[in-house]
Write a new protein. Sequence first.
Length: 329
Amino acid sequence: MSHKPTIIGLALPNIPWEDRPAGCSDVLWRSARNPILPRNLIPSSNSIFNSAVVPFEGKFAGVFRCDDKRRNMQLHAGRSDDGIHWTLKNERLEFVQTGDEPFEFIYGYDPRVCWIEDRYYVTWCNAYGGWPTIGVSYTYDFETFYQTENAFLPYNRNGVLFPRKVGGRYAMLSRPSDRGHTPFGDIYYSESPDMVYWGRHREVMRTAGGWQSTKIGAGPTPIETTEGWLLIYHGVLTSCNGFVYSAGAALLDLDQPWKVIRRTAPYLISPQMLYECVGDVPNVVFPCAALTDAATGRIALYYGAADTVTCLAFCQVDELIDFINSNSM
Ligand code: BMA
């Protein structure tokens, strides 16, 4: 490659950051402060994980998956000055209904937050009549959240928006699934002219060997780079002790994101630290958000660990893209 791959986007000088520890040769390295959100940060929470954060008014805001002490899956809004220390509302997020048929909130989990044009969109796994599909809402201030139409019919999970229109239309990745703990799953691409009607569905990628052999699902909002959309995604292996959730990365074509340029054969991160291996669901790393600084190429990746706590890891975009190129399937 003749030039250094870079992020196409805004600078974020206050991105949370720690240099790669001495002696570490991994392309993605964990924060020494993990887990950054403990499971009991707010009185109502049993666990806080698989959560999404974005830059907001010079600081940070986010939507967090907090399972409550009844073990119901809830979404909570949060704020932070530095992306590390968070203040979460103890009460779950309530949606203002915008449609003619108000949606009852039954459960919500695995939120993603994505700035598009003039607002922050929140997508999540939303129960419609009790079955999972992709909920859609938007907010301007992380105080009031307006719920719109679900993107798809049940059963679907891991709905992840692109941060700008592609070919003149909004774009979303998702993972059609089933009513249970889905033992299959591939990543698909869909387009919408208006964020209500979704179609022109395209297959992006299927399961592959090893860590990504049972199912795969998009993670954070795709990151626009000079080499394509950088997609960090989770992959699941079925071991004799159950599912193991790891994460890898792919590069998707900028104009036709359903076309995979390359994708990693090895994982970038798998459950290895105690807080990833021990918790309510052992052996899970589940990325849902990434902060990026286009000026330095720094990426801060937020991921849930063991369905219990929220963690942070770091990488440099040029090193990650070199890794994808030299470890491609
Ligand atoms: C998936 C989702 C995730 C969770 C994972 C492991 O189906 O429910 O929220 O992290 O299972 O339990």
